[in-house]
Design a binder for this molecule. Sequence first.
Ligand code: ASP
Length: 466
Amino acid sequence: MKDRIMIGDLATHVGETVSICGWVDVRRDQGKMVFFDFRDRSGYVQGVVLPKSEAMEAAKELRNEYVVRVTGIVNARPEKNVQADKQNGSIELEITGIETLNAAETLPFEITGDTSGIDESVRLANRHLDLRSPRMQRNMKIRSEFVRRCREFLFSKDFTEIETPLLTESTPEGSRDFVVPSRLNPGKFYALPQSPQQYKQLLMTAGFERYFQTARAVRDEDLRADRGFEHTQIDVEMSFVEMEDVMQNIEAMITKVVEDMGFTIKEKPFPRISYKDAMEKYGADKFDLRTEEEKAQGILAYAWVVNFPFFEKTDDGKWTFTHNPFSMPIPEHVDWLMKGENIENILTTQYDIVCNGYESGGGSIRAHKPEILEATYKVMGYTKEEMEDRVGHMLDAFKYGTPPHGGIALGVERNIMNLTGETYLREVQAFPMTRGGQTSVMKAPKPLEKKQLDELGIAVKEQKKN
Ligand code: ASP
């Protein structure tokens, strides 16, 4: 709006008459005088309507969360009234005019403080209001800054940002797929991507050498505090690399990004530990290396975990992959894989990055020759035909000069949980699901109309009422 001054810049306008636009954060009516805190994206300022002011009538009408344009004189506060610890604590806006741009009913809950104590379903049904609260604003801004800085780093290293499809084929990543029916092909289904794994490898075949994407990944998993159906990955793939190249590049990116954001890293270079030693020492492949004091200081303790077993036994006694079927074994163990011997001892090139008790990313060097991927699927008991159906397109692509390659995906939410100290995934996503898998604000999942079902050729079985 014309002549709008941001609240965060007001201190440079002392003595001037200015206009701000924003929300009434708090209104304190003292009878003769009315005090306000106003809020815009840049911060907060106190305003006052003095006795006999022309703005008094309008001031009496305002309520919390009204959207206003306020005109006033920026006054320096007298020395004794300065609140040095508060933004704009040395100034006050002497209000001369108020224009209400939109009124607001009383909100369903208080948003001036921390909303984490509010009932989850109420918060998420009103997520657009919950997001106004200071903690949520901060979390979303930290998330945006983290992703922006990762992007900038990757661009500076000659990466190309490429989007991959959302409607794709069911992938063997290990979790359940979310599926989408096809109207044009009744009875057939797309799957939403669990990760861009295969596409990013195909982009290596395509010669881009350095790819990244801020990718959405969707998995139909049981919901937990640190896991939702949807999450975002900084997804990276590189050609002509070995484990060391990917790990060093990613470590350099994380270090630059979080240090530029003002965080402290406990140990550099990030310590490395084998899966075996981690299990012996911490009883898990994710662990928290911080002392109580370091936790209180918000320090970030990163570590790499390497030398994971490639395969593990399923409940029915077959072999399956522990992390990623597209991985390469460590160079010393390629021979065992090719011969199908010593399966339990084959280690994969997988590297996981752990931070403050969470697995915050993971990746590997990939099998880039058809015979290596075939050997992996053979160990897992696939016939030639089954292999062809599952990964035939990859086996085919690898025949046409696919370079050696590897990559990683960093979980954006997990990383932001570490940066903000949040323990719930939903605190770092704008519109998360409830624990019961309901969307915020919108009312999904819900039944389709008969006409839509008919078009898709779908008949829904009688559902039990819950
Ligand atoms: N596709 C893997 C995942 O989503 C990451 C990778 O190996 O790059 O976990």
